[in-house]
Design a protein around this ligand. Structure first.
Ligand code: DC
Length: 679
């Protein structure tokens, strides 16, 4: 997950390959609740692990439910089976509508029958999302519910601690035109009290009907068969009771699939690939958003698939504009709004009033951000009309703590003007798809020259490594510590019994052997560890003697040439910070930012001394100073790629700076190279 303040996407060029989607949010939170309300144990496979499911899991545990994590995506829930071990609790539900609404209904009923009391709250935005229609419906049953903030919105208190009788005779009337989650909440909760037939009547035109289908189909899996008359009346038969089906497999999230369906429709296929394959969700999905496939096809996407898989290729190009009632795919329709940027003509998405009460006011948010890219957007109360940009602009996309805004806008990185794109607060995708950007990068290609590199060159012990790591962490970029590669050559030579002293390496046969060794260096970088032929050499490469050997072998043109490609292969999405001696001069001469870091030799000797001592490695400052001077001399005087600042490098003497000051300076230089308006 990218937890940086922003993530810059370089212009993307092509896409191809296979993605595995995380589990559906709607299904995950429904089955978690159903499992908790059932008799018996339920094992949930491929469950989504995200912010919204985590708040649900925590809430269920707080309510006394036993939850065991079998692995990352597999959870076993021991159902409460009609009991209520905890009679008083406060539940924090973040911004998860799929937890807030059903838990409110289920707990209101349980509190009434068992004489319990619960408080439900969330983040400030959750307290702006309406729940009044659900509360009104529950009050018809006799459930005591109090608003703890504003009338009609969470936080809420359900129950008073004293049992109250429920009025189940008359049909319960609930509005269906604000959020289908109110009806879902009642459908999930009422089987808990169905001592007689209980009827629900929907008032107003029911929106987002496919989500009700998911609810009904999952209820059935847990043993409850709801009778439905059109979309107006639903009856839960007397004697309904939840029974665990044992194992439940959660489908991949169809709304999340929309980004990759759109990707396949927008991106030219990467050489050697035939479009995008999506695993985990397919044409027989029970999720309504699978019908995004039809909308994408209408815009020109070539989508084929089977029960559990989809395959997408670019079809019509440019895409075809559409005018579509999106009531059946409210979430995935946001992806259409971004696809509309690549269409010929204006597209209109209608009947999307529910966008206004989601994670943010999505109509306003989409309009504002699409305009930043240069699109012309007309915003109506329940519709949006988008005309593609005549001239694209490099935009900073504000994401409103709304995962879908972040995910759908990343598709704008395919803009024909080849402008980069900034996604602010990228971690908001954690609501439903924590690894969204990693997954996107795994199937996207950018031209290497479009992938930004920040070069940090300088003499030994100048603090390059520390600075590079901090800058990379701030930007979400990869790091290349090129010195390690030369150190590894020295170490590999030692392991092979090859000499690296100055006399030996001046012999052509030894030089050639060292070059060959460098060309086939069996190195892997894994979770901060350095592995040489499988051996963990993280500490061994850091010793002074490894540094000296590196300095000697690095003077050989054969070794430098052999490491060239290996170093350039580190230039991958979304960007790279590379430190060394010749990053700016030889390896990445086209890098948009080059920094030449220095500090006086005494300072560097002291820093290295501190570093070694802290690791328990004995050292004397005088020896270190002599080593540093010797290495400076060799690194700067060698024939091939000597240590020197690139002509276009910024010089940074950090002798009197804190690390934080140097980091801020480099980030400020970096911002100045970015084309985003306002820096
Ligand atoms: O940065 P370092 O101390 O880990 O580097 C060890 C040696 O490797 C250094 O003395 C010179 C050589 N080196 C190089 O020649 N070119 C680089 N890009 C990085 C390191």
């Amino acid at each position: 997950m990218y937890a940086t303040p922003f993530l810059d996407l370089p212009p993307l060029h092509s896409a191809g390959g296979t993605v595995n989607l995380p589990g559906s949010k709607s299904i995950s939170n429904r089955v978690l609740l159903l499992a908790a309300l059932s008799d018996g144990d339920t094992t949930l496979h491929d469950l989504l692990d995200s912010d919204d499911t985590r708040v649900m899991l925590t809430a269920l545990e707080t309510l006394g439910c036993t939850v065991s994590r079998l692995d990352d995506q597999c959870v076993k829930v021991r159902g409460l089976g009609g009991t209520l071990p905890v009679r008083e609790a406060r539940l924090f539900l973040g911004n998860a509508g799929t937890a807030m609404r059903p838990l409110t209904a289920a707990l209101a009923l349980l509190a009434s029958t068992h004489g319990a009391t619960f408080e439900l709250s969330g983040i400030p935005r959750m307290h702006e999302r309406p729940i009044g229609d659900l509360v009104d419906a529950l009050r018809q049953l006799g459930c005591p519910i109090a608003y703890l903030g504003h009338e009609g919105y969470p936080p809420l208190r359900v129950g008073t601690g004293v049992p109250v009788p429920l009025h189940l005779q008359a049909p319960i009337r609930v509005r269906g035109d604000v959020s289908s989650q109110f009806l879902t909440a009642l459908l999930l909760a009422l089987p808990l009290v169905a001592t007689r037939d209980v009827a629900i009547e929907v008032v107003g035109e029911l929106i987002s009907k496919p989500y009700i289908d998911i609810t009904l189909s999952l209820l059935q899996r847990f043993g409850v068969n709801v009778q439905r008359e059109g979309w107006q009346r639903f009856t839960i038969p007397a004697g309904s009771r939840y029974r665990s089906p044992g194992d439940v497999h959660v489908e991949g999230d169809a709304s999340s699939a929309s980004y990759f369906i759109a990707l396949g429709a927008i991106a030219p296929a990467t050489a050697g690939h035939d479009g995008i394959t999506i695993q985990g969700v397919g044409l027989s999905s029970i999720q309504g958003d699978i019908r995004f496939v039809e909308a994408a096809r209408a815009m020109g996407a070539d989508v084929t698939g089977s029960a559990n898989q989809l395959h997408i290729r670019r079809g019509a190009w440019p895409l075809k504009a559409i005018d579509l009632d999106c009531n059946h795919i409210p979430d995935a329709a946001m992806t259409l709004a971004v696809m509309a940027l690549y269409a010929e003509g204006s597209s209109t998405l209608r009947n999307i009033a529910s966008w206004r009460v989601k994670e943010t006011d999505r109509i306003a948010a989409m309009a504002c951000e699409l305009r930043k890219l240069g699109a012309t957007v007309e915003e109506q109360e329940d519709a949006i009309r988008i005309t593609p940009p005549r001239t694209w602009r490099a935009a900073r996309i504000h994401t409103y703590d709304d995962h879908r805004v972040a995910m759908c806008f990343s598709l704008a990185a395919f803009n024909p003007a080849r402008l980069p794109l900034r996604i602010e607060d990228p971690k908001c995708v954690a609501k439903t798809f924590p690894d969204f950007f990693e997954t996107l990068f795994s199937v996207c290609e950018a031209r290497p020259s479009d992938i930004p590199v920040i070069c940090i060159d300088g003499p030994t012990a100048s603090g390059k490594g520390t600075l590079a790591t901090a800058v990379a962490a701030a930007l979400g970029y990869h790091v290349l510590d090129s010195g390690v590669l030369y150190r590894l050559v020295g170490l590999a030579a030692e392991r092979h019994g090859l000499p690296t002293d100055t006399d030996a390496i001046s012999r052509p046969d030894v030089a050639a052997q060292l070059g060959a060794l460098a060309a086939t260096l069996p190195v892997r970088f894994e979770a901060g560890r350095v592995l040489l032929a499988g051996e963990d050499v993280t500490d061994a490469v850091r010793t002074e003697s490894a540094g000296m050997a590196a300095s000697r072998v690095s003077a050989l043109p054969q070794v430098r040439r052999a490491l060239l490609d290996l170093q350039r292969r580190f230039r991958t999405l979304p960007g790279l910070v590379a430190d060394g001696r010749d990053m700016g001069t030889v390896i990445f001469p086209d890098a948009p930012l080059k920094v030449f870091l220095t500090a006086d030799a005494e300072q560097r000797a002291q820093r290295r001394h501190k570093q070694l001592i802290s690791k328990g490695i004995p050292a004397r400052i005088e020896d270190l100073l002599a080593d540093i001077k010797a290495r400076d001399e060799r690194d700067t005087s060698r024939q091939d790629a000597p240590l020197k600042p690139a002509e276009d490098a910024y010089r940074l003497d950090n002798s009197a700076q804190t690390i934080e000051q140097s980091v801020q300076q480099v980030l400020a230089w970096w911002q100045a190279t970015r084309p985003f308006e306002g820096g």
